[in-house]
Design a protein around this ligand. Structure first.
Ligand SMILES: Nc1ncnc2c1ncn2[C@@H]1O[C@H](COP(=O)(O)OP(=O)(O)OP(=O)(O)O)[C@@H](O)[C@H]1O
Ligand SMILES: [Mg+2]
Length: 266
């Protein structure tokens, strides 16, 4: 079996005259915490959208290799197929159903994975009831895992930023993914929430064996968490390496042009 969970090879993605990804080649190893950093507009979210089947790059190849050895060619694949193969994500801007409770938001993730549609819910046969009990159990386990057990019945809109970010991670995990893509998981959070999120993300990998791909502007968080990094600038990979190598890389320093590495991009 391939050691890589993702292989991205010479991927180019254009929107009219805009080149969002320019000949991007990268590999992600199974079990690692990998980060993608770069200035605003560098193509980070475009890369996530390409890895999840939301965008369809015009050139190159992207393969996802499942734990059981199944290889999926992602480009041209429907997003829900990529998701059910084991790729989950969170979004840069929160996509919680704000009127629902924390519990309900995570349960939706569990049910969507199970493929219980409206019809199944209406018929409500024994299989569905069993399925529902399983979804409930998984949801409770995940609320516990992310530290939100006591806020399960809180309306999502009234959760703090940090709690909402943790809730999004729980919802991502509800689909039982092999890899979790986190798009700025600490955006809008305060320093102590950032620390808690750092620990939670590491725990997701260590205890659940989920590989982590992370986009984050907060350099302190990224450097503390990532084992390897890729740096994007204007759609191109300009550097890759360990945190130490990236910190010392002249091209990276120039791309950020003194943009104090501890400030947040947004
Ligand atoms: N659906 C789209 N249609 C047109 N252009 C797009 C689309 N998605 C992304 N782009 C363009 O691709 C480029 C890269 O955008 P992207 O959102 O990937 O950057 P990013 O690195 O995530 O930036 P940020 O740090 O601000 O989130 C930008 O010029 C953006 O305008
Ligand atoms: Mg982005």
């Amino acid at each position: 079996m391939s050691e890589n969970i993702f292989d991205v090879s010479n991927v180019t993605l254009r929107f009219g005259g805009v080149v969002s990804l320019n000949d991007v080649t990268l590999e992600m190893r199974r079990g690692e915490i990998l980060a993608v950093i770069g200035p605003n507009g560098a193509g980070k979210t475009s890369l996530f959208n390409s890895l999840t089947g939301v965008y369809e790059p015009q050139e190159g190849t992207i393969t996802f290799t499942s734990r059981d050895g199944t290889v999926m060619s992602v480009i041209g694949q429907k997003a829900h197929r990529v998701a059910s193969a084991g790729v989950a994500r969170t979004f840069q801007a929160s996509r919680m159903f704000s009127a629902l409770t924390a519990f309900e938001n995570v349960k939706i993730g569990a049910e969507s994975h199970r493929g219980i549609g409206v019809l199944g819910a209406m018929l409500h046969g024994p299989r569905t009831r069993r399925g529902e009990r399983e979804s409930d159990a998984l949801t409770i386990e995940l609320m516990d895992f992310v530290g939100l057990r006591d806020k399960a019945n809180t309306i999502s809109a009234s959760l703090s930023y940090g709690d909402r970010r943790r809730l999004e991670i729980a919802r991502g995990l509800a689909t039982n993914p092999q890899v979790l893509l986190l798009d700025e998981p600490a955006a809008g959070t305060n320093p102590s929430e950032k620390l808690e999120l750092t620990e939670l993300i590491r725990k997701v990998r260590d205890e659940r064996g989920v590989s982590i791909l992370l986009i984050e502007h907060d350099m302190k968080l990224v450097m503390a968490l990532a084992e390897r990094l890729y740096v994007l600038n204007f759609g191109s990979v300009i550097a890759q390496g360990t945190p130490e190598e990236i910190r010392a890389n002249d091209a990276v320093i120039e791309a950020y042009l003194g943009a104090a590495p501890t400030t947040e991009g947004k």
